[in-house]
Design a protein around this ligand. Structure first.
Ligand SMILES: Cc1cc2nc3c(=O)[nH]c(=O)nc-3n(C[C@H](O)[C@H](O)[C@H](O)COP(=O)(O)O)c2cc1C
Length: 311
């Protein structure tokens, strides 16, 4: 382990590095291994798994945009029972701790999933409250603080595993929603899921994504992610997993400075299937060059501003 990258995340969980793949951009969790060694990954985050199998949305469901990508995969997955039986045991053998991302259409579906996975061997759950490509993009649990408090309270009482709630940037109430998740018992937050976007093939008079509106990711959304983390960091103390447009080690430093505890890499995996592993190496080199460690970088913007203001 590179001591400069050591990242304490939870009371009993210290990660080898702050790097992890973002849900859904790394296959079912096993595919990365086919491209090389996973050494350096802090954790593996799985694709969202739902109680029942889902075929996802009709194609086309991916489109490239300037500095980003639109997707409307629609949470294609084999369903929780099959995932637990056929995929997760192999993911657990890869080495890094596994964070299982679960999703659902209703409170009852989330409750069922959380209870079902308690003995699965993962270190934490990431609760996907923010997929813009299901339920018509309504995002009830990550735009309404009361709904978020209700679901967080219910899921946290049913879980011995720590729960990270993955929130959406598509709301003006983000800080209130984040506080509601923490009041409900969240051990951490993941910020951010994709932004709502759209691209049109005007000659063909049709949207580039079959469903029309889709989720925008990649470097285009990085400033939005940084802003969300910075604002939420000022109102909550729990660990934040920062995600949105990370391409290089400098980007990771920016996320840590804004208030992220660790980071996830998503769209960059479409360029380099081992992006998160390679970025752990790059961050290690940067830290060595600059004589820094992850803990120096974490939260340094707020820390420095507070010391300037004499707080
Ligand atoms: C093709 C694709 C599929 C995704 N699937 C999921 C998913 O299943 N669950 C989830 O929580 N987020 C999903 N996301 C969102 C990412 O995990 C991440 O929050 C978002 O893409 C922003 O990070 P990035 O700009 O580094 O990609 C997906 C993103 C993409 C591009």
């Amino acid at each position: 382990m590179n001591p400069r990258l050591r990242t304490p995340l939870l009371e009993n969980l210290v990660l080898e590095s702050p790097l992890m793949p973002a849900s859904g951009t790394y296959g079912a969790a096993l595919e990365g291994k086919e491209f090389g060694n996973l050494k350096g990954l802090g954790a593996i985050v799985t694709k969202t798994v739902t109680p029942k199998p889902r075929d996802g949305n009709p194609p086309p469901r991916l489109a490239e945009t300037p500095c980003g990508m639109l997707n409307s995969i629609g949470l294609e997955n084999p369903g929780l029972d099959r995932y637990l039986a056929e995929v997760l045991p192999r993911a657990l053998e890869l080495g890094p701790p596994v964070i299982l991302n679960v999703g659902g259409e209703s409170l009852e579906e989330f409750e069922w999933s959380v209870e079902r996975v308690q003995e699965s061997g993962v270190v934490a759950l990431e609760i996907n409250l923010s997929c813009p490509n299901v339920q018509g993009g309504a995002l009830p649990f990550s735009t309404d603080p009361d709904a978020c408090l209700a679901i967080a309270s219910s899921l946290c009482t049913r879980s011995d595993l720590p729960l990270f709630f993955k929130l959406s940037p598509n709301t003006h109430l983000l800080t209130e929603v984040a506080q509601a998740a923490v009041a409900g018992g969240a051990k951490g937050l993941t910020l951010i899921n994709t932004l709502l976007g759209m691209a049109i093939d005007w000659r063909g008079a049709r949207p580039r994504i079959a469903k029309g509106v889709a989720g925008l990711s990649g470097p285009a959304i990085k400033p939005v992610a940084i802003r969300c983390i910075y604002q939420v960091r000022q109102v909550v103390q729990v660990p934040i997993l920062g995600v949105g447009g990370i391409q290089n080690a400098e980007d990771i430093c920016e996320f840590l400075a804004a208030g992220a505890t660790a980071v996830q890499v998503g769209t960059q995996h479409f360029r380099d299937p081992l992006a998160a592993v390679h970025l752990a190496r790059d961050l290690g080199e940067l830290c060595y060059r600059e004589d820094l460690c992850v803990e120096d970088l974490q939260n340094c913007l707020l820390r420095d501003r507070q010391s300037i203001n004499g707080n």
